[in-house]
Ligand binder design. Structure first.
Ligand code: DC
Length: 222
């Protein structure tokens, strides 16, 4: 079997990573791994306030967690304990819970192991905060997407509206800022570009523009 091929896509909330990662995965006929969804599902299942539990209690609870990934492209299905994750975890509140549990070292160690295990056998577009820096430092291609805060909040609002969820732009700006500050400033695996990542400012680009830019880069180096 050929070695798995990994493309990493990191960046702050609302920058469009999921949409792009799905499209890239579809284009290259490989799987799409949404690691934010893994943190969201973990926070959702452990529950509010779990980030303040003792290390022992969290470790014991995580013993019952098993993530798996099946399919490819936009049909990639991420499951926790064989149950496919749903849009219930896609609220800003669960995003903040995810950011809270993501600061806990035993949670990060657990996720690192689970994510690397998936990437050991499966070619991936892996999106998150520390894909290029920590989880897949030897990935073939690394991208870091960024955009102005207000533009990201606007994109997140449209995404939530498409899911039929209510959203308020000024509230989203505050929530996303708070979450990004926490993700950027945590001591373990903070949100930052890998030294060898290509940084793309997507503020003034539409999704097709960013997609073309990434595909062109990958093709020119393959
Ligand atoms: O990508 P997202 O908005 O679904 O991620 C939710 C939170 O999960 C994010 O604010 C921080 C955390 N996260 C992380 O710490 N590391 C990752 N690789 C992915 C997400």
């Amino acid at each position: 079997m050929a070695e798995p091929f990994i493309i990493t896509l990191d960046g702050p909330a609302g920058v469009g990573k999921s949409t792009l990662a799905k499209r890239l995965a579809e284009h290259f006929s490989i799987a799409y791994l949404d690691t934010g969804a893994m943190f969201r599902a973990t926070a959702w299942k452990l529950g509010e306030g779990s980030w303040d539990w003792s290390e022992d209690k969290i470790t014991k609870a995580l013993d019952d967690f098993s993530f798996s990934l099946a399919g490819q492209g936009s049909a990639s299905i991420l499951s926790l304990n064989n149950i496919a994750l749903t849009d219930d975890i896609r609220t800003e509140q669960v995003g903040m819970w995810a950011s809270n549990v993501a600061r806990v070292t035993v949670v990060r160690d657990f996720q690192k192991k689970a994510q690397r295990e998936i990437g050991r056998t499966t070619s991936l577009v892996a999106e998150g905060r520390d894909m290029g820096t920590v989880i897949f430092p030897d990935a073939e291609f690394k991208f870091f997407l960024d955009a102005d805060l207000e533009e990201r909040a606007r994109r997140r609002m449209l995404q939530l509206e498409e899911m039929g969820k209510e959203a308020d732009l000024s509230q989203l700006i505050c929530q996303i800022k708070e979450r990004d500050d926490q993700d950027r400033n945590r001591p373990v695996a903070p949100l930052k570009p890998a030294e060898d990542a290509i940084i793309v400012d997507t503020t003034k680009l539409d999704i097709n523009g960013v997609f073309d830019c990434l595909v062109q880069h990958i093709k020119s180096k393959s």
